[in-house]
Design a protein around this ligand. Structure first.
Ligand code: NDP
Length: 451
């Protein structure tokens, strides 16, 4: 091969790309990352991080209310959206700087601009061409909005992070992570919120008990849920408000429509197909277990390869690829026991198999469930219930799934994920002492299974 500029050329400075770049550089590789938009990618700029800050902001409304039962008397609360948005922007700018420094400190070259793959070892950014031993596509995904009349009047999560002002009313369309999270955020910030989902019950891929519990809890907080509801058109009216034409012929007035109907891989116009990289119909890049595409020197990780679109998965894939390419230690990331949280209100935390998945794979499944009012709410008067569930293989006694709806579900289930990863049995859970009084202790005191 002729002279190479880099050992690894990464396209996309998001969670996966930055991690792959940093770790590869740490292994001695000469690395460049090209980024056309924002350093840190979706997670840092228009995803996980600002979303979680907004979730905290939204939760105060309920916290102020709950405080009264504990003797606190607060004046009328007032919420200042521009202040939250600007403080959030400042924090994101700080994180952008940290990401740049992370790359810089490892000697990774950051190239700002749109990259195109010219052949198996050549990438162009603007007028410049770079030769690399390996190319990594880590370009992520982008919100998808289906086609319908008036599509131009709706926004996606990308725009929701930068709204000039909060609307009085919002309709959120979709039944996945982003729809339930943003419905909770906007409702908490005082916006009249309706969530429309096309199927009979949202969060289709999750454990049914979790879905049903969340569907009971969200309306208690003020979110209107409308299932089996489709949108045929969105019309802008002369007063600036929006009218949705629904599948059943009815109409719905609102001020903002937020579509959260999934995301599509960003693999277009990168020159991939011309080089021989195979793409699926949805645009995701086909890779093998070691993130290698149909062209041996071109690799891909993260949202652009399809599968669960989760930051910790993309970063783990980035580390595995760095090890495969530059340590000679071939590694792949297992999707088993993948923990995940939905930062809805209340939150959902889950790891391992849902009851439905477990029953399809194992002949004797035991299920342990509990639903209770957390101690805090005995005084707050808040009607929120917490739900917890263990799914166990009755033959081996191994815990297959841990599921929760309630405060700090993500924090609690992260710990449970370690137990599942270690192959913990129900007996191990039973032998573990609780921490009293907590909600989490319920996971080690569940004793009555149902088959
Ligand atoms: P999801 O894939 O989670 O959900 C998409 C939703 O949109 C589903 O309810 C789906 O319905 C519905 N939908 C799809 N197409 C249409 C259509 N044409 N018309 C109407 N409804 C439609 O996508 P999100 O956009 O919510 O989020 C994208 C991904 O980002 C998530 O899957 C997740 O991996 C990641 N994410 C993770 C978060 C976290 O870790 N907390 C937070 C936010 C996002 P149906 O089920 O019927 O197909």
């Amino acid at each position: 091969m002729d002279t190479l500029d880099f050992d690894l050329f990464v396209i996309g400075a998001g969670s996966g790309g930055v991690r792959a770049a940093r770790i590869s550089a740490g292994y001695g590789a000469r690395v460049a990352v090209a980024e056309e938009r924002y350093v840190g990618g979706t997670c840092v700029n228009v995803g996980c991080v600002p979303k979680k800050l907004f979730v905290h902001a939204a939760h105060y409304a309920e916290d102020f209310h709950d405080a009264a039962g504990f003797g606190w008397a607060l004046g009328a609360a007032a919420f200042d959206w521009p202040r939250l948005r600007e403080n959030k922007d400042r924090e994101i700018a700080r994180l952008n700087g940290i990401y740049r420094n992370l790359l810089d400190s490892k000697g990774v070259t950051l190239i700002e601009g749109r990259a195109r793959v010219l052949d198996a070892h050549t990438v162009a950014v603007g007028q410049r061409r770079y030769r690399a031993r390996h190319i990594l596509i880590a370009t992520g995904a982008w919100p998808f909005v289906p086609d319908f009349p008036g599509r131009e009047h709706v926004i996606t999560s990308n725009e929701a992070f930068h709204l000039e002002r909060l609307p009085r009313r919002v309709v959120v369309v979709g039944g996945g992570y982003i729809a339930v999270e943003f419905a909770g955020i906007l409702n908490g910030l005082g916006v009249e919120t309706e969530l429309l989902y096309r199927g009979p019950l949202f969060l289709r891929h999750f454990d049914r008990d979790l879905r049903e519990t969340l569907a009971e809890e969200m309306p208690k907080k003020g979110v209107t849920l409308r299932f089996d509801t489709t949108v045929q058109a969105v019309e802008k009216r002369s007063d600036g408000s929006l009218e949705l034409h629904l599948g059943d012929g009815s109409r719905l007035q609102t001020d903002l429509v937020l579509y959260a109907t999934g995301r599509r891989p960003l693999s277009q116009d990168l020159g991939l197909e011309a080089c021989g990289v195979e793409l699926r119909e949805d645009g995701s890049i086909v890779v093998d277990d070691y993130y290698q595409s149909a062209v041996p020197s071109i690799h891909a990780i993260g949202d652009v390869i399809g599968g669960p679109e989760l930051t910790p998965l993309a970063t783990a894939q980035g580390m595995a690829l760095a090890s495969t390419l530059f340590l000679g230690d071939k590694r792949s990331v297992s999707l088993e026991n993948l923990p995940t949280a939905i930062f809805s209100q209340p939150a959902v935390g889950t790891v391992g198999l849902s009851e439905e998945q477990a029953r399809a794979r194992y002949p004797a499944v035991l299920v342990y469930r509990t639903r209770f009012r957390p101690l805090k709410h005995t005084l707050s008067g808040n009607p929120e219930q917490t739900f917890m569930k263990l799914v166990v293989d009755g033959e081996s006694d191994r815990v297959l799934g841990v599921h929760m709806v309630g405060p700090e579900a993500g924090e609690i289930v992260q710990g449970m994920a370690v137990a599942l990863q270690a192959g913990a049995t129900k007996r191990v859970f039973d032998a573990t002492l609780g921490i009293h009084p907590t909600s989490a202790e319920e996971f080690v005191t569940l004793r009555e299974p149902v088959r």
